[in-house]
Ligand binder design. Structure first.
Ligand code: ZN
Length: 68
């Protein structure tokens, strides 16, 4: 499962793209992924669902919980 690519949808523009597990994902940290949309270039938080084996892209938030 380590090198598998997961389909994600950009939460900003909806572009479909693919992401791999991050190091943090392999450590069991579900929201440990970060990615940059290939379309709109915005930063996404990649959340891995260990039970379903799927990746979900969410809008990234800064320390104050604001969407960036
Ligand atoms: Zn996008």
């Amino acid at each position: 499962m380590k090198n598998k690519r997961y389909e994600i949808n950009c939460p900003y523009c909806g572009k479909v793209q693919y992401a791999c597990l991050s190091i943090l994902h392999t450590w069991g940290i579900a929201d440990g992924g970060r990615g940059k949309c290939l379309g709109c270039k915005k930063i996404m938080t990649l959340v891995f669902d260990y039970e379903a084996g799927t990746m979900i892209a969410k809008m990234a938030e800064n320390k104050n919980g604001q969407t960036i």
